[in-house]
Structure formats: structure tokens, C-alpha cells
Design a protein around this ligand. Structure first.
Ligand code: PMV
Length: 332
């Protein structure tokens, strides 16, 4: 029996959500809320089986034969992402034997911090540790993107890139897809939950439908967003927070114009601005999930009180976290 334990971070979009879908680019940061995944591999299993214990998605001992998993072509249940990763990895490096996969997460799917991409990143990284330890992060990313697209056809892959590479990244969703890691000493960010779970796939479809209906309006919005990302990259590299904050505010306005803002997100953003933050915006698909606020440590203390008064949850996670990594503590 061989055992490997790994973890992958959650993620936040700093700039470029939605625009990245249209052959665009985006800035993201990994957050230190982690999904831990453990695989026990029995190379001599007489009946090769895949068993999954993933309480965070409601799987408690789900099981199927390995040949069934490796030949599946349609996915419709909670085991989909792990199954799709096993199949995709097998196409590169044949898998045999029995697998027991366990996951444990610091964050639930309702926060919109990228729990699916963390599962994909962790599954492939764990398999790589067992069967192909020299696999580089870009290869893992490409496999992961294939695995995700077999389960859900939409998606830029930006969240997966953040989970695999970690830190803070500039992600380019055009061929050849690539990732530039941005070194930072500091990223003074607060994460506030809007208390609503957003449906990413539906929001991406809604924006696409709006794009088709009003191309002359939506196309320049997307273009402006991508320019905001470009200028944001320079400001981020310089740790020029006043400029980066201003660009976050611009991006929030553009996301609002695309129709993905909500009253709760707008309230968080305006509260942050009223209390002197450099900038604030929704992060991700919109329609709920989290907003991010860029503010000095001193401003953050005042903001904590302001958000507490509004009964908003400031999430205790820090940005610029490690990407996928090996862990030692087993999941019980
Ligand atoms: O809602 P999230 O955090 O999963 O982010 C979605 C981001 C989009 O740009 C809207 C979609 C994508 O695949 O990049």
C-alpha cells in the first residue's frame, strides 16, 4: 500500500473575471484555505476499485470499478471531477490497482473560492507524486483543464492555474495558455462573504447571452476589462496599491455593467470605499460569493468593525498562498 497526502489552495480573482473567458487574461491570488486530499493506492488489489470519501461534497464511500472509471464518457455526479482526473491521468500514465481517495476542506463550495479546481489540482498532483513525480506544473494544468472541460464545457481554467501554481498569477487564456507568477512582499486584502452562493456556470451563460444580444456594447466592456488587467499587472508588480485599488473599482463598475453585481456585493464595496479602502470589487462570477477589499492594515481594523456592524463575515484567509504541495498529516 502506498499513501500520498497533498493539499491545494482556494483562489480569488483580483481582476479579469468574465473577460478571461473570451481569450482574455486575468490576475488571481491563491488563498490559504486549503483542500487536503489523500490517496491510498494498493497496486496488488485483486478487484481494482476507486473509493471516494469526500464529506465536503456529500460523498461517503462512493465506489466504482477502476475500468468503469477509466472508460466513463459522461459525468453527472459528485465524483465527476475526481473520476475525470483519474481518466485523464491514465491517458498519460496508465493506472492500475485500487484507489481510496479522501478529501477534507477548510472551505465549503458555498464560498466560491474554487473548491472544484482545488479538487482537480490536488487529485492530479497526488497521482503525479505516486506515478510520475517529474510532471511539471504546466503539464498538470493542461491535464486538469482537459479533465474539467470533460465535466463542464465552460471555464477559462484561471482558477485551476491559481490552485496549481499558487501565489499571485497573471493567467493568459489564449494558446499557448500560460501563467506568469508575480512575486509580492505583501497583498493587503480582506475577503468578505456576501452570504449568497453564486452559480458560476449560469452567470457565464448570462454574460455570453448579453454579449450576443448587445455585441457593440459588451465587446468594448470586455476590452476595457482586459486593459484594466494589463494596467493592474503593472501596478501589482510595483505594489502600487492606490493605483491597483482604483483599477479594482473600475473593474467592479464594468462587472456591474455586465449584470453580475448584487445589492449585497455593492453594499460591501461601498462600505469599503467609505472607510477609505484603496479599492473594492466582487471577485469571481458575481451573483454572490465574495468581495475583496484592498486596504492598509490600519484601514482593515476599521473595516472589520464596519463589516461586523453589517453582520458580514470577513473570512480569515490570507492571499498569496502556496500552490499544490505535499502534506504529512493524514486525513482521519
Ligand atoms: O465564480 P468563480 O470564482 O468560479 O469565478 C468564475 C470566473 C469566470 O471568469 C466568470 C469564469 C471562468 O471560467 O473564468
Amino acid at each position: 500500500m502506498r499513501r500520498v497526502i497533498v493539499s491545494a489552495p482556494g483562489k480569488l480573482f483580483l481582476l479579469g473575471e468574465h473577460a478571461v473567458v473570451y481569450d482574455g487574461h486575468a490576475l488571481l491570488t491563491a488563498v490559504d484555505s486549503r483542500l487536503t486530499l489523500m490517496i491510498d493506492h494498493d497496486p496488488d488489489a485483486t478487484t481494482p476499485t476507486v473509493t471516494i470519501h469526500a464529506p465536503n461534497v456529500g460523498l461517503d464511500g462512493w465506489s466504482a470499478s477502476l475500468p468503469e472509471v477509466l472508460t466513463r464518457t459522461a459525468y453527472a455526479n459528485k465524483s465527476s471531477f475526481i473520476e475525470s482526473c483519474l481518466k485523464r491521468f491514465h491517458e498519460q500514465t496508465p493506472l492500475t490497482g485500487g484507489f481510496v481517495v479522501r478529501t477534507q476542506s477548510d472551505f465549503g463550495a458555498e464560498l466560491g473560492l474554487g473548491s472544484s479546481s482545488a479538487v482537480v489540482a490536488a487529485t492530479l498532483y497526488a497521482l503525479a507524486q505516486l506515478f510520475a513525480p517529474d510532471t511539471n506544473r504546466m503539464t498538470l494544468f493542461e491535464m486538469g483543464l482537459d479533465a474539467i472541460q470533460r465535466v463542464q464545457t465552460l471555464g477559462s481554467g484561471a482558477d485551476l492555474a491559481a490552485a496549481i501554481f499558487g501565489g499571485t498569477i497573471y493567467y493568459v487564456n489564449r494558446k499557448p495558455r500560460h501563467v506568469i507568477e508575480i512575486p509580492l512582499d505583501d497583498l493587503p486584502l480582506l475577503i468578505i462573504y456576501s452570504e449568497t452562493k453564486a452559480g458560476t456556470v449560469n452567470l457565464v451563460k448570462e454574460v455570453r447571452a448579453r454579449y450576443r444580444r448587445y455585441p457593440a456594447i459588451v465587446e468594448p466592456i470586455i476590452h476595457a476589462m482586459l486593459n484594466t488587467v494589463e494596467q493592474g499587472k503593472q501596478a501589482l508588480e510595483a505594489e502600487d496599491w492606490p493605483t491597483f485599488g482604483e483599477l479594482m473599482n473600475v473593474q467592479h463598475g464594468l462587472l456591474h455593467a455586465l449584470g453580475v453585481d448584487t445589492a449585497a456585493l455593492a453594499e460591501i464595496v461601498f462600505t469599503a470605499r467609505q472607510h477609505g479602502a484603496f479599492g473594492a470589487k466582487l471577485s469571481g462570477a458575481g451573483g454572490g460569493d465574495c468581495a475583496i477589499v484592498l486596504a492598509t492594515e490600519k484601514q482593515q481594523a476599521a473595516l472589520q468593525t464596519a463589516f461586523a456592524d453589517q453582520h458580514r463575515r470577513v473570512l480569515p484567509f490570507k492571499p498569496h498562498a502556496d500552490g499544490v504541495r505535499v502534506e504529512t498529516a493524514p486525513i482521519s
